[in-house]
Unconditional design. Structure first.
Length: 309
């Protein structure tokens, strides 16, 4: 069995054909249409059509509050995908392509992948923290993915980071713990214009070259992420937190995050280090499937929805 899988992000769409052994073929990417849902659906359809005779259907991972059972985007998601909000994206894509379609929130897809086949396998309570254009994720409680009444569980982007600045949109996890936030901070520290060309590759090349501005930015960024992991751990007593997203491919990210957690969260805890260490810290590890976790999880969701019942 093979499935055509799309991982839709705010700026780009990654795709591949995945089989039951998780082999990925015919991989590629394309920019995310920002103008209309019609353009979006047509883009997916054109990529799918050459594979329609070899795949069982389509699995779609995308940001937003996803009602997977109904195939509806209830809200949230990237601004460039606002045209999907309140619409039955799954049924519309199924009609356009003439095949079965299953849609899944991107962070929850990553959590499913890691719980079933990755670094969270066997965990009772854990979380996935996906660092991308925004910050998505998934919560595993009692060995099961938590969706919530309105499908918003694990939408870390919406969490506030400073109660004294509630009206400041930059004081959010979406701004402070995302790749876009990381790059914005780096531009500011370098004194570059806000629209200066910048991506993860350029940033981490500077980190590995030992540039002070890049390394200072990375540590500051990891402090912001570490605080949110600490908060999650206080609430849920987690065994592991798996870090995903494109920049999770950089080993130095999780290495620095673990260093900062020890130095800043535990040894620098405002209630004293002794009290902080009364709260067992979770393991902070990279996702097994790294930036491909969303695709693997969407495939697993499709398989469970259509082929295991």
């Amino acid at each position: 069995m093979k499935v055509m899988v799309f991982d839709v992000g705010g700026t780009g769409i990654k795709y591949s054909v995945i089989d039951e052994q998780l082999n990925r073929t015919d991989t590629g990417s394309t920019p995310t249409p920002a103008d209309s849902q019609e353009h979006f659906l047509n883009t997916l359809r054109e990529i799918y059509l050459p594979h329609k005779d070899e795949v069982d259907g389509i699995a779609l991972s995308l940001p937003g509050f996803i009602d997977a059972e109904q195939g509806v985007v209830r809200g949230g998601g990237a601004p460039s995908l606002a045209y999907n909000v309140g619409t039955p994206v799954g049924p519309r894509l199924a009609e356009a392509c003439g095949c079965r379609v299953w849609i899944e929130n991107d962070g929850k897809a990553a959590a499913i992948a890691e719980l079933e086949r990755g670094v969270l396998k066997g965990c009772r309570d854990a979380a996935v923290f996906i660092i991308g254009t925004g910050v998505g994720g998934g919560l595993i409680i009692d060995g099961k993915l938590v969706r919530g009444r309105d499908c918003t569980a694990g939408e870390y982007s919406f969490m506030n980071t400073n109660a004294d600045a509630w009206s400041d949109p930059t004081k959010s996890v979406a701004c402070q713990c995302s790749t876009s936030g990381l790059l914005s901070s780096y531009r500011a520290r370098k004194g570059l214009p806000a629209d200066a060309p910048m991506d993860g590759r350029i940033f981490f090349e500077a980190v590995h070259a030992g540039e002070s501005e890049a390394n200072e930015t990375l540590r500051s960024f990891c402090r912001a992420v570490a605080v949110q992991i600490y908060n999650l751990n206080v609430l849920l007593d987690l065994e592991k937190v798996a870090i995903g997203g494109g920049i999770s491919k950089q080993p130095i990210l999780v290495e620095t995050l673990n260093e900062v957690y020890e130095e800043y969260i535990l040894r620098g805890h405002p209630f004293s280090e002794a009290q902080a260490r009364c709260l067992p810290r979770p393991e902070i590890v990279p996702c097994r499937f790294l930036s491909e976790a969303n695709q693997i999880g969407a495939f697993a969701s499709y398989q469970k929805a259509f082929l295991e019942n």
